[in-house]
Design a protein. Sequence first.
Lengths: 361, 395
Amino acid sequence: MTESTMKAPKKALRPVKWMRENLFSGWFNTVLTLGVAYLLVTSVGPLLNWFFLDANFVGSDASDCTGAGACWLFISQRLNFFIYGFYPDELQWRVDVMFLLLAVAFVPQFIERFPGRKWLGLFGIFGLPVVGYFLIPGGAFGLEEVQSSKWGGLMLTLILAYIGIIASLPIGILLALGRRSEMPIIRGICVIFIEVWRAVPLITVLFMASVMLPLFLPEGVNFEKLARALIGITLWQSAYMAEVIRGGLQAIPRGQYEAADALGLGYWRKVGLVILPQALKMVIPGIVNTFISLFKDTTLVLIIGLFDILGTVQSTVTDPAWQNVAIEGYVFVAFCFWIFCFGISRYSQNLERKLDTGHKT
Amino acid sequence: MKKQTFDTRPAGPKPWNDPQVRSIFFQTIAIALVFWGGWVLVENTLSNMESRGISTGFGFLDETAGFGIIMNLVPYDATMSYGRTFWVGLTNTLLVSAMGVVAATILGFIIGVARLSSNWLVAKMALVYIEVIRNIPLLLQIFFWYFAVLSNLPSPRQSVDVGGALFLNNRGLYLPEPLTQDGFGLVWGGILLAIAAVVAIRVWAKKRQLATGQIFPTFKVGVAILIAVPIISYLAAGSPIEWDIPALKGFNFGGGITIIPELAALWIALSLYTASFIAEIVRSGILSVSKGQTEASKALGLPNGLTLRLVIIPQAMRVIIPPLTSQYLNLVKNSSLATAIGYPDLVAVFMGTTLNQTGQAVEVVAITMAVYLTISLLISLFMNIYNRAVAIKER
């Protein structure tokens, strides 16, 4: 090393310089910064006041909401309804058990190196629906029966999204395989099925499920409203799922198919042992993203008269006992959805980075 | 000596192992299943409809509807037919979709560019906007604008008054309506003339640039012509527009154009929601253009504006167009959420009221789905044509 080489200058964090580079470079940026800062300062103050300082947190009914700010009392008073709907109070432990199992199965998925997290995930996909099938409606093992018309709130939202995604997965896989099939007729049927469902809005599907399904079925066979909505959601969702999975199937190099053929594997063993394990792993982020959009779309069931979390809030904000609490209610629901969706989307972005092996074609 | 021939080919597979035979077999089964399923459905539906006393066919479209619709672009009143309600609903759907597409595109491009701004504060604000808006259900946002914001506006008597011509209250936004008088044809002529002139100038400028290399300021001259010629023809025709200004009559406003709160809430929510998705698409599109392209165009001596217009935007558009198309499709489909707040779109009017009154579930649902299918196919078609035009031309 010669005398003249100097160490690189230390990069000290100099706030003034940083601000000059990032906020006030040129007159246009300065004007922009000042404008945005002015808007922020003038709006954050009143918002904070409304949310926290002037808000009402304690009390028992609407008359206790005396401050100028938000009436959070309304949320805490009706929280039970927003979470369980009309589910009987003394049986709500069953729902709590399901919430707990759901958390046990899926929270470890966010933690790397959690022991047995794969098995917990598999339980979440295959075991949980079975447990829920017996626990939530009851009617077996000495559990009191609870009609599906009494389900509601956050619980119903989760049920719709969860069953929607779990049930649409196998159908979506079959459709995706069918669309990639070499048999023209099977391919045609799958393409038409997928494209028709993807072109129509969910609301028409739900209308169809609630109005037309009873006409399609033989007399005497009848489903409850919730089951009809679930059928509609599943069919609709499976078309989207199929497109996601098709992306994975297309990303598998041809050599994998040919190698499986060379080993003498039949179609189903080729697909089940070689292709799908690779393809599904590749599309996990895509599946998670479809789950997020389905989760948001479950709010539409309130239009056909089911009480999901938005439905329960919407029906209470029009309650004459509480005046002008619409904004509080909507903020609460928005917050619930935002936490879920933002958390899951961050997880999926993380996963995408991890699964990206760098040798995509 | 006679040459002995051996058949060296291996014996063919057994017929049940032959892929071709299998393929035909499975496809036959698939067709049979589809037809059988369809037949069972039709059979069930027919017998169910018969037992409920519902007639089949599209005859109901000519019957009198007998219900009012709060907003109609095509002439409508309660004495008209169910077929007319279809057109009213369809035009309302198309109106809110078109308004949404325009607003969401403008907003989305602005926010997408803001997200890449060198200004830290602006970039972070854009990020917050995107992450907040797209993680909240659209229906909730529509409810928020309709029930929490617009219905809290003042009543008609206390309405917000902008210059005595524009009024805002909880019944809607009232705008003055331009009524064209005699002689407005001259203005239309002026507009057509201006468009034709701009096209001609563009063709001529391009030809000249190719021949001589001289650049003609087409854009500036074009804008000047498009603004000046219609105004001159308007004045020449003697200002043939009269404004119908809304005025308070009794408890409500009359005259002018009304934007009902249902339309406004749906439009605002749809635009804001879709814009957050478009912003992300725009951002990734611009990022996909490699830095070398910018540097190369700088090296060629192109100024910043031309670099953007001739190098970055054309390449970014190639990445942006396909996902943008699916966002437009989503917007059109999402406009059906109008039902929840009572905006009379296709689903609310036709699949809602008309279906309930006639009970013709199968026909109504089939027509509605066919409409959405057609819109989807048309948008995809136009976007594919455009996409082909901007795609990389490889030799």
